[in-house]
Design a protein around this ligand. Structure first.
Ligand code: GLN
Length: 304
């Protein structure tokens, strides 16, 4: 299937439409990004690539990394992981505090900030150098050594990261964080800071389109059953309190980040990354969502 015309057409149409939303201002360094950037890249399971716009420009991965960190923890712990973090949609924003208290410090799902912080704590238990393990997985999947941490973004988020500190300290008080809170948060801010472009992101996520295997079939990151479950969590929890709306409008498992990236997966077929920094009020890329909605409507490529 040749997606080049469809991608170029939707990309052009959306550039003519008014853009909405705001760049993520609560991380000072992210507020400096050009809000009108717009890139798209689709990679299919035969490794053929289709693109448009600013697809080779790097941006901050932010919450999209939560899928990769979850995969690493799940690969090692399997079902045991669910004692520390649940798999239910929260219906609340990504940085919500009140539900965590109600749930005795066990986050509803691994894609809320609280859940991803617990997963970082788990990675510190499992690996002596979790940063190296995460970046190596990304570089291997994307076949690109250029993927790197951004110290500027990590430091910027840390300087104002009071909400995440509150979540982490609360979970520590409830016995769900084993390591020093500051160390866990440093790892969390570092992995969120990683710079990627649309092509790298689409390449990275091909393991979820290929039931746990890398594009070249040389690596197995997850079993087929595990890959199914990660895709299921993306579908039900990947967009916080907009997960239902995303499933309704787009119909694919996906994950967003406040850097303006969204990646969506069609199991067995492709992975598709979109980047546009203006976010809607739920913290998801406005144009990214519009693109994906139109793409799945035109191509009828959805899981439903
Ligand atoms: N690093 C961001 C934060 O913790 C990630 C949030 C997101 O991308 N939704 O607030």
């Amino acid at each position: 299937m040749d997606y080049s015309q469809t991608i170029a057409h939707i990309h052009q149409q959306l550039l003519l439409e008014k853009n909405h939303g705001q760049v993520a201002g609560y991380i000072p360094e992210l507020a400096t990004v050009d809000s009108e950037k717009f890139g798209v890249c689709l990679i299919n399971t035969d490794n053929v690539c289709f693109w448009a716009g600013d697809w080779q420009e790097q941006f901050s991965i932010q919450s999209i990394i939560k899928v990769v960190t979850l995969s690493l923890a799940y690969q090692k712990l399997d079902a045991q992981l669910w004692q520390r973090v649940g798999v239910e949609p929260s219906g609340t924003p990504f940085n919500n505090l009140s539900r965590l208290e109600h749930d005795y410090g066990i986050p509803r799902n691994p894609f809320s900030n609280a859940g991803a912080i617990v997963v970082c704590d788990v990675l510190m238990e499992l690996f002596s150098d979790p940063r190296e393990v995460v970046i190596t997985m990304l570089r291997t999947l994307a076949s690109d050594e250029a993927i790197h941490f951004s110290q500027a973004i990590a430091a910027s988020e840390k300087s104002e990261g009071y909400r995440n500190m509150a979540l982490a300290y609360f979970m520590k008080s409830m016995g769900n964080i084993m390591h020093d809170v500051e160390d866990v948060l440093d790892l969390y801010f570092d992995v969120c800071s990683i710079a990627v472009n649309c092509e790298q992101l689409a390449r990275i996520f091909i393991y979820l389109a290929k039931h746990g295997r890398s594009a070249d079939d040389r690596h197995s990151y997850l079993s087929r059953a595990q890959a199914k479950r990660i895709n299921a969590i993306m579908l039900t929890c990947g967009f916080y309190d907009e997960a239902g709306d995303f499933a309704f409008r787009v119909g694919l498992p996906g994950k967003s980040g406040v850097g303006g990236g969204i990646v969506a997966v069609m199991p067995g077929e492709f992975s598709l990354a979109v980047w546009s920094p203006r976010l809607n009020e739920k913290g998801n890329s406005y144009r990214g969502l519009r693109f994906l909605e139109q793409f799945t409507s035109m191509t009828e490529k959805t899981i439903f």
